[in-house]
Design a protein around this ligand. Sequence first.
Ligand code: ADP
Ligand code: ADP
Length: 237
Amino acid sequence: MQALIDIDQLDLYYGDFQALKKVSLDIPEKAITAFIGPSGCGKSTLLRTLNRMNDMIPGTRIEGSIKVSGKDIYSSDVDVETLRKKVGMVFQQPNPFPKSIYDNVAYGPRLHGIADKQRLDEIVESSLRAAVLWDEVKDHLKRSALGISGGQQQRLCIARALAVEPDVLLMDESTSALDPISTLKIEELAQELKKRYTIVMVTHNMHQAARVSNQTVFFLNGEVIEYAETEKLFSNP
Ligand code: ADP
Ligand code: ADP
């Protein structure tokens, strides 16, 4: 598997507290990498370093490097907005904006200057199709996003992330607030999306990591204690 992201000797401090310790890791392109481990071991923290969301937490300091396609994303000439456009994120709780379904998906493209109605229509449709939500919402795109089910809202959040054409999709326990059927739908969707995107998902569910990921990374107390191809980890010798 070809690495897209290369993390080398990464330390992260929240003030005096060290949340990541000498993390070195390759994340392969167009595959699903699962971060697994107990609560508080640094999974979300590492995920948030990949689109520099940690920049928003005052007192956070990092050492070491993260390269995406060979380019250090913490070097001074990196434009954080451009980086965030390339690295979309989906959170634990579905968090659609209190706007219409259409406006949720069109939000990112509009932010990046796309105003043409026909172009926006195309992006909204293709993003909703990619998130396997189009058929369920195509007849009421003007309705509030808050009126659809939790599972649909989470697929809408995925569509919203895809609408700006990212390379990487980060999923932070994106199924843990959902019922089992909605969870399976998102897992199937992730399998489909990995053909086009590099996916990193935080999960505390070993079965989910075994079901969907190509690579599994085990965390404990801020350290990566093991990582390998999922097939090798979970196959019986
Ligand atoms: P989760 O288990 O879903 O990661 P947490 O309760 O650990 O939820 O964290 C919720 C939010 O609070 C996160 O944004 C995290 O960054 C922040 N947080 C967690 N621990 C601390 C802490 N010790 N001090 C300040 N913020 C924290
Ligand atoms: P996980 O995702 O594995 O549950 P986190 O990355 O959320 O773990 O948290 C790792 C450690 O960092 C925890 O001890 C947590 O309390 C702490 N932490 C997380 N966010 C913050 C924050 N904003 N400020 C201070 N400590 C934090």
